[in-house]
Design a protein around this ligand. Structure first.
Ligand code: HEC
Ligand code: HEC
Length: 311
């Protein structure tokens, strides 16, 4: 800097480190040894004391076999456990209410329903999503039905869904091709597939479909499970009688497929059969290697019911 007045008098008494540089104008440049400001020094000592107190009270130093534990016995795990306990405590009144009310009653109480659904969503993610996909979108490649539409196989009322989740479901679609232990030739299986294509409004060979129609309602008695109009065991009738919806024979006339609606997949389904299995989650069952407690089942049933297709 140019301003020499800012330079300190060479004779001043300020303590120096002994280093000194002379400049051309006779003002020696000295390195002062100013004491640190008091506020800084005390803060510095305070942090050292703080650190030592912290080491003594809390887990701090890594050791070969863990770490120093601290006199308070505090750990992050214990803190988490405590926070979970407090959160659970806060949920208790809701859980008690859920436990005491029926599915229909909860469904009518909006704030309770929202609580149940948010719990059900997490339970679904942990237990059901591996098969039904996150959000319940399903997977045709594996015959895991979508749960987000209003096209149900076993039924979409709260009671139906509850029964599905508690007891599980098995769909038994028999094999029809001779070589797969069925009673029909490949040509007959092809005719049946052509008929299914026709009732689901897809392009088909009308002659083959005509023969398939006769088989469907006759020798093969597909209508005993899928109904006289092929609309499935949930909605259709057989000889004027309502079908047992627990059969789980899907509607073959719509665009929603469990395994797939292409000529190839339909032919394969009819030839080899299918046995989709929905594990049971209720007490006493070992469906998927685990069970859900009654409260969790209630929540997941309400969640599935809320996905869009609940009836
Ligand atoms: C191991 C795979 C798997 C798991 C896990 C699974 N499901 Fe399923 N689920 C299926 C299959 C397969 C079906 C169809 C059964 C059939 O084809 O007859 C099904 C059917 C259903 C249905 C009937 C759909 C309808 O249209 O009627 C509901 C509801 C359902 N599951 C809910 C759940 C819930 C809730 C969970 C979790 C608690 C769950 N599933 C876990 C495989 C699974
Ligand atoms: C004993 C009852 C029963 C009979 C008889 C039966 N089905 Fe099925 N069918 C089912 C069931 C149950 C399913 C679902 C299988 C599953 O859940 O894995 C099914 C599934 C299907 C599917 C797959 C639908 C989809 O969404 O992917 C087709 C196609 C089909 N059946 C056609 C036929 C035809 C054609 C016949 C006669 C040759 C027939 N079924 C006879 C019970 C039956």
């Amino acid at each position: 800097m140019q301003d020499h007045k800012n330079k300190i008098d060479p004779n001043s008494e300020v303590e120096t480190t002994g280093h000194q540089w002379d400049d051309d104008e006779g003002y020696p440049l000295k390195e002062f040894n100013n004491p640190l400001p008091k506020w800084w020094l005390y803060t510095f000592y305070a942090t050292i004391i703080w650190a030592i107190v912290y080491w003594v009270l809390y887990p701090a130093w890594p050791l070969p076999n863990g770490n120093t534990e601290g006199m308070l016995g505090w750990t992050q795990k214990k803190q988490l456990a405590e926070e979970i306990r407090v959160a659970k405590e806060a949920q208790k009144p809701f859980d008690n209410k859920l436990a005491s009310l029926s599915l229909e009653e909860i469904n009518k109480d909006n704030s309770l329903l929202q609580y149940a659904i948010s719990g059900g969503k997490a339970i679904f993610g942990d237990n059901c999503a591996p098969c039904h996909g996150s959000g319940g979108v399903g997977s045709k490649a594996h015959g895991f039905p979508t749960l987000v539409d209003d096209d149900w196989i076993f039924g979409g009322t709260l009671a139906d869904i509850n029964e599905t989740v508690q007891n599980g479901r098995t769909g038994a679609m028999p094999a029809h091709l001779e070589s797969a232990d069925g009673a029909f030739t490949q040509a007959q299986v092809n005719d049946l597939a052509e008929y299914v294509l026709s009732i689901s409004n897809q392009s088909h060979d009308a002659v083959k479909a005509g023969r398939g129609d006769t088989l469907f309602h006759g020798e093969a008695s597909c209508n005993a499970c899928h109904g006289d109009n092929g609309r499935g065991s949930l909605k259709d009738t057989f000889d004027g009688e309502r079908l047992d919806k627990a059969t789980g024979a899907p509607n073959l006339t719509d665009a929603v497929w469990l395994y797939g609606g292409s000529r190839e997949t339909i032919t394969q389904t009819i030839a080899r059969g299918r046995t989709g299995k929905m594990p049971a989650w209720g007490e006493g069952f070992e469906g998927f290697g685990r069970q859900l407690d009654p409260l969790s089942i209630k929540q997941v049933v309400l969640y599935v019911h809320s996905l869009g297709g609940g009836q």
